[in-house]
Design a protein around this ligand. Structure first.
Ligand code: 13P
Ligand code: SF4
Length: 303
């Protein structure tokens, strides 16, 4: 078995040859985060996919993220090293189901979370991520918003708008298993800590939070806050970046079982193999991509 140092060296050499950039989500394994050109949240990674130079994007994340990159950069090769890394929430609404829901609410705007398939994005008026959901909802002219698929993010956005939000029925299975009992236990163990929570958590957890933000928003908050201790209410992969960037602060997981197994499917061997073979690559048929691109670019233009 090759060691990580040798793999990293091979990856960096292949990366030059392929004129590739490596985009890595904040939940990825530490060794994968450490080879990134950019580690970020969904919005930052989408922006980078649309603007960064190079011929190839290696997307270390899950399938909808690589699909979004392929939609925004149709002339680049987008590689998803772990082809089976999916997001269960993205499969909680199909394009057919969305068309049916839309037919029952004519006049409503459709906001889809970026955690959706390209087909669902193509049926939507605009996309959003966890960092801009509230801004997106409030920027729309319509008073009624169909917000799919995450009912927890929809409930969070509903707290900051006068608009009527009709939520989808999906959830992130990783964040939705966090309960107020986890909050009580963590508060008891770390009474001085600030509680930072992702908006994919349930409303009854969000209620206790000192601050609610996307993954990169949580990282920024740890840097800006005068506190020294933090309870982190999101997937545990984020703790690597927090420890690296703020070694003087202490961060504890709100739930140590908040692990997204799909986000852990990418490793250095798969990244190396993807660059070596230029596969698995992700493509989206242009008919669907053109309509999905409108929804994503409208979001990028807004926020
Ligand atoms: P953000 O990194 O955009 O906050 O999203 C979290 C997430 O669950 C991605 O799947
Ligand atoms: Fe999907 Fe949740 Fe995993 Fe993010 S953490 S990829 S929303 S299952």
């Amino acid at each position: 078995m090759q060691d990580n140092a040798a793999l990293r060296e091979e990856i960096f050499r292949l990366k030059e040859e392929r004129r590739a950039i490596i985009l890595v989500h904040n939940y990825q394994l530490p060794e994968v985060q450490d080879i990134a050109d950019l580690t970020g949240d969904s919005l930052e990674l989408s922006r980078a996919a649309a603007t960064m130079k190079g011929d190839t994007i290696v997307f270390c994340g899950v399938d909808f993220m690589a699909e979004t990159a392929a939609i925004l950069s149709p002339h680049k090769t987008v590689l998803l090293p772990a082809i089976d890394a999916c997001c269960p929430m993205a499969d909680m609404i199909t394009a057919d189901e969305l068309r049916l829901v839309k037919s029952r609410s004519p006049g409503a705007a459709v906001v889809c979370y970026v955690n959706t398939t390209a087909e669902v994005k193509a049926e939507s008026d605009i996309c959003c991520t966890s960092s801009n959901a509230v801004n997106v909802v409030n920027a729309l002219g319509e008073d009624t918003i169909l917000f799919v698929p995450d009912r927890n993010l929809a409930a969070y956005a509903a707290r900051f708008t006068k608009k009527k939000i009709l939520p989808g029925g999906g959830v992130c299975i990783v964040h939705d298993q966090i309960t107020p009992d986890h909050v009580r236990e963590a508060r008891l163990a770390h009474p001085e800590a600030e509680l930072l929570v992702h908006p994919e958590c349930r409303p009854e957890v969000i209620e206790f939070a000192d601050h609610v933000a996307s993954t990169s928003g949580i990282i920024r908050r740890v840097g800006e806050s005068p506190k020294e201790e933090f309870i982190i209410g999101t997937e545990v992969g984020i703790l690597h970046r927090l420890a690296k960037e703020f070694s003087e602060k202490r961060c504890y997981p709100l739930s140590s079982s908040a692990v997204c197994r799909n986000m852990k499917k990418t490793d250095l061997v798969k990244v190396r193999d993807a660059l070596l073979t230029m596969s698995p690559s992700i493509t989206v048929p242009e008919g669907v991509a053109a309509r999905a691109r409108r929804a994503i670019e409208r979001m990028l233009a807004l926020t």
